[in-house]
Design a protein around this ligand. Structure first.
Ligand code: PLP
Length: 416
């Protein structure tokens, strides 16, 4: 019955230091967000103690009457949020959701067609060292070298040539909407399943600010912690009643044992929040903020430094900065922004001449700062701080002060 601070001062100190880091820097990693206290309270609850293998009403353990309520609420809420007929809320993460989905639909050696990792795809969409690359025969599609837009003509050509059993649409680093109807047409043309991984943009979908893939896809997977703003975790959605059972048995007993009911409770809280007007406003600020950053990074002073914005703008919560013609590489740019208190991640851009650990790009996202309360004025200021830092390293002290003004004005987790 000792507190964390009393029993384990080393871990307590690291957690406290991390809270300080989150408070005192501006978080611009596109896949990150700040979970609300109610989400963290559910996640830190006694539900962590409960085994509940199975599904609500059909468990392999006694004493599941309360976790059944929790899991059914999570299922009902996420179905309503995205207009899906079926949901599995048990995947421990986005990668687990994708693994279970592929496990349900494919046999080892089957062909999948996914976006190349180097062009914005995710590890689980067929990267060589990932389970998806090891178990399945992977064919990758790309963005065009002219405008960095996903090459749907190539998707069609590769689909006809390789007859994949599954086509994966979705991304970790891409600034535009995908054409889900066109993916559907191509999948039907070759008799493939269509899986959309909306991990990154699910929050925008929930808010009605991004096309919903659910009506087009055989299956949609997502994480719950990126734009969606809940706890770390994964979800599988489908409208295909004939596939729903397969997804359930692929998650349990196929891939996982006991579900994390404390995380599922936190997911349910996150889904409730995502259905609110407050959340829609936050997603609006997320999108507008990303567009403000893209606009500022397209200005003359930035272009003169050889820096530009991939595709010229963004339709989502992130901006991809192209440093291929800049003296700064991705690592140096990331370090420069870090030195003034901005956290971003370097990212390879398509056709990147520099090695992946250095790279020629930055991925800058706005979900976390929108959760912190930032609106148009603050995002304009952040955009100018980023642009100035990238073009002029003689004014970094002043930029650090400007960051501090923002972090002070928008306190994070003041209750903690
Ligand atoms: N899918 C996409 C598109 C992602 O960007 C990510 C995370 O980066 C994942 C899946 C994996 O999610 P997790 O990190 O929860 O396994």
């Amino acid at each position: 019955d000792q507190s964390l601070a009393e029993f384990d001062p080393e871990i307590h100190a690291a957690v406290t230091a991390e809270l300080g880091r989150q408070r005192n820097t501006l978080e611009l990693i596109a896949s990150e967000n700040f979970a609300p206290l109610a989400v963290m309270e559910a996640q830190g609850s006694v539900l962590t103690n409960k085994y509940a293998e199975g599904y609500p009403g059909r468990r392999y353990y006694g004493g599941c009457e309360h976790v059944d309520v929790v899991e059914q609420l999570a299922i009902d809420r996420v179905k309503a949020l995205f207009g899906a007929g079926f949901a599995n809320v048990q995947p421990h993460s986005g990668a687990q959701a994708n693994a279970a989905t592929m496990f349900a639909l494919l046999d080892p050696g089957d062909t999948i067609l996914g976006l190349d990792l180097a062009h914005g795809g995710h590890l689980t969409h067929g990267m060589r060292l990932n389970y998806s690359g090891k178990l399945y025969d992977v064919v990758a599609y790309h963005v065009r070298d002219t405008d960095f837009v996903v090459d749907m003509a190539e998707v069609e050509r590769l689909a006809i040539e390789h007859r994949p059993k599954l086509i994966v649409a979705g991304w970790s680093a891409y600034p535009l909407h995908l054409d889900f109807a066109e993916f559907r047409r191509i999948a039907d043309l070759v008799g493939a399943y269509l899986m959309v991984d909306m991990a990154h943009f699910a929050g925008l979908v929930a808010a009605g600010l991004h096309p919903n893939p659910v009506p087009h896809a055989d299956v949609v997977t997502t994480t719950t912690h990126k734009t969606l703003g809940g706890p770390r975790g994964g979800v599988i959605l489908t409208n295909r009643a004939d596939l729903a059972k397969k997804f359930n048995s692929a998650v349990f007993p196929g891939q996982q044992g006991g579900p994390l009911e404390h995380v599922i409770a936190a997911k349910a809280v996150g889904f409730k929040l995502a259905a609110s007007d407050e959340f829609r406003d936050r997603q609006r600020r997320t999108l507008d903020g990303a567009q403000a950053i893209a606009a500022r990074l397209s200005a003359d002073d930035v272009r003169a430094a050889g820096i530009s914005v991939l595709t010229g703008g963004t339709q989502v919560h992130l901006v991809l900065v192209d440093l291929r013609h800049s003296e700064l590489d991705g690592q140096q740019a990331e370090d420069r922004l870090h030195s003034v208190g901005l956290t971003v991640n370097r990212n390879a851009v398509p056709f990147d001449p520099r090695p992946p650990m250095v790279s020629s790009g930055l991925r800058i996202g706005t979900p976390a700062l929108a959760a912190r309360g930032f609106g148009p004025a603050e995002f304009a200021e952040v955009a100018d701080i980023i642009a100035t830092a990238l073009v002029d390293d003689s004014v970094l002290d002043g930029l650090r002060d400007r960051v501090e003004l923002l972090t002070t004005k928008f306190p994070l987790y003041p209750e903690l």
